[in-house]
Ligand binder design. Structure first.
Ligand SMILES: NC(=O)C1=CN([C@@H]2O[C@H](COP(=O)(O)OP(=O)(O)OC[C@H]3O[C@@H](n4cnc5c(N)ncnc54)[C@H](OP(=O)(O)O)[C@@H]3O)[C@@H](O)[C@H]2O)C=CC1
Ligand SMILES: O=C(O)CCC(=O)C(=O)O
Ligand SMILES: [Mg+2]
Length: 418
């Protein structure tokens, strides 16, 4: 396909997907990237340099990523014109090239355009938001034993309140909906009907099952001891409560799990290791205190979209902050890697913030395409660089004896430590 503003690297080839969803990865794969708004312009070039260095170190001239810039957010509006925050060809390029990476994108609060991040996830049905949370030795943490926090979050990424079905207080549609609720459904407890905004929270059986299936499969593949369904099903019975019920059903029906003490918790035998995997649940509020008090009891987390958003940042803080919190948005075939954090606008363009989250997202990407040697180099040099105490402001302000380095300085130190 020819694009309007995207320059396709002449020497690269596309990654393709087989019928069983495995990937064919050429030695010179074209990987699209979105630079991102705000601090995206600081961290994305650093991520690219570090990844290129790791790939060169691991494979010499044999392999090289052919980066292809695609556009979203403010950069897209400049190129494609007013209102064009997420051009069709950007979405198309992500789809066609199978694996891509993005920097953070701004979402205005209250009014303005809908989240481009959410739009991209929904447009490509990237229904898993995968966010591993692990501790790197030497990182300053607010908790006593940060190494006990080792969790992998499976956040449902396609539904819940993020579906964007919302009606502004006082609008014609809000009035219609309130009227419908009153007259057709007998709802008489909207406290201030004239001035209420309304949101709809769709949670489906299919959406829950496919997410929980991935979480349990991950526990099997990575020899993890438990999967926890985090929900607020006591209050939101038919959305979050059903998420829990459908989650347990998935374990029982698809993974041959057996009830523990009459249920609803259950356990299955990991077919690869013979070890038990417990599938349990916890209410979201209780979970937020347990991750601080008893983090070692939680391994794989499966949760709904909004809970997953909150939990991602809270858990990231326990292991040192969102400066090193990576992630991926996944469908069966398409993968878009991105940091957990946002655009941190007050630091934009200052070469200041920690590029670690985006670098570690790229590390996940390298592993995803089977370039494990390059991924290992990144992990190794991240550990070395942090332990040498050459760190960005976020760690430096909490570390004794740290040498504060810039965003690009941290990337450079990582390259030197490879
Ligand atoms: N996937 C995406 O693209 C996401 C986009 N967003 C969007 O980003 C914008 C800003 O959101 P905001 O709520 O400020 O959240 P951010 O995650 O952008 O920033 C919150 C705070 O986190 C810390 N932080 C963020 N990035 C880094 C980094 N790279 N290194 C070190 N510390 C970091 C800073 O803490 P401190 O002040 O302590 O230094 C910062 O002030 C919004 O428009 C939001 O919608 C938000 C999340 C994800
Ligand atoms: O889309 C946004 O602006 C916020 C997204 C977000 O917070 C997240 O993905 O964790
Ligand atoms: Mg978030």
């Amino acid at each position: 396909m020819s694009y309007q503003h995207i320059n396709v690297p002449a020497s690269g080839q596309k990654i393709t997907v087989n019928g069983d969803f495995s990937l064919n990865v050429p030695d010179k794969p074209i990987i699209p990237f979105i630079e991102g708004d705000g601090t995206g312009r600081d961290i994305t070039p650093v991520m690219i340099k570090v990844v290129d260095a790791a790939v060169a170190k691991a494979y010499g001239d044999q392999r090289k990523i052919q980066w292809m810039e695609i556009y979203a957010g403010e950069k897209a509006v400049k190129l494609y014109g007013p209102g064009n925050w997420l051009p069709d060809e950007t979405v198309q390029a992500v789809k066609e090239h199978v694996v891509s990476i993005k920097g953070p994108l701004t979402t205005p609060i209250g009014g303005g355009h809908r989240s481009l991040n959410v739009t991209l996830r929904q447009a490509l049905d990237l229904y898993v938001c995968l966010r591993p949370v692990r501790y790197f030795k030497g990182v300053p943490s607010p908790v006593k034993d940060p190494e006990k926090t080792n969790m992998v979050i499976f956040r449902e990424n396609s539904e819940d309140i993020y579906a964007g079905i919302e009606f502004d207080a006082g609008s014609e549609k809000a009035k219609l909906l309130i009227d419908f609720l009153r007259t057709q459904l007998g709802i008489d407890n909207v406290r201030f009907p004239e001035t209420s905004g309304l949101g709809v929270k769709p949670v489906s059986k299919e959406g829950t099952q496919r997410l929980v299936r991935k979480a349990i499969q991950y526990a099997i593949d990575h020899n993890r001891p438990n999967v926890t369904l985090v929900h607020k099903g006591n209050i939101m019975k038919f959305t979050e409560g059903s998420f829990r019920d459908w989650g347990f059903e998935t374990a029982l029906e698809e993974f041959d799990a057996q009830l523990v003490d009459g249920g609803p918790w259950c356990k299955l035998k990991n077919p690869k290791t013979g070890r038990d995997i417990i599938v349990k649940d916890v209410l979201a509020d209780a979970f937020m205190q347990q991750i601080l008090l008893r983090p070692a009891e939680y391994s794989v987390i499966a949760t709904l979209n909004l809970n997953g958003d909150y939990i991602s940042d809270a858990l990231a803080a326990q292991v040192g902050g969102i400066g090193i919190a990576p992630g991926a948005n996944l469908s069966e075939s398409i993968a878009v890697f991105e940091a957990t954090h946002g655009t941190a606008p007050k630091y934009a363009g200052k070469d200041y913030v920690n590029p670690g989250s985006e670098i570690l997202s790229a590390e996940m990407m390298l592993r995803h395409i089977g370039w494990a040697e390059a991924a290992d180099l990144i992990i190794d040099s991240m550990e070395k660089t942090i332990q040498s105490k050459h760190v960005t402001y976020d760690f430096a302000r909490l570390m004794e004896g740290a040498v504060q380095v810039s965003c690009s300085g941290f990337g450079q130190a990582m390259i030197e430590n490879m």
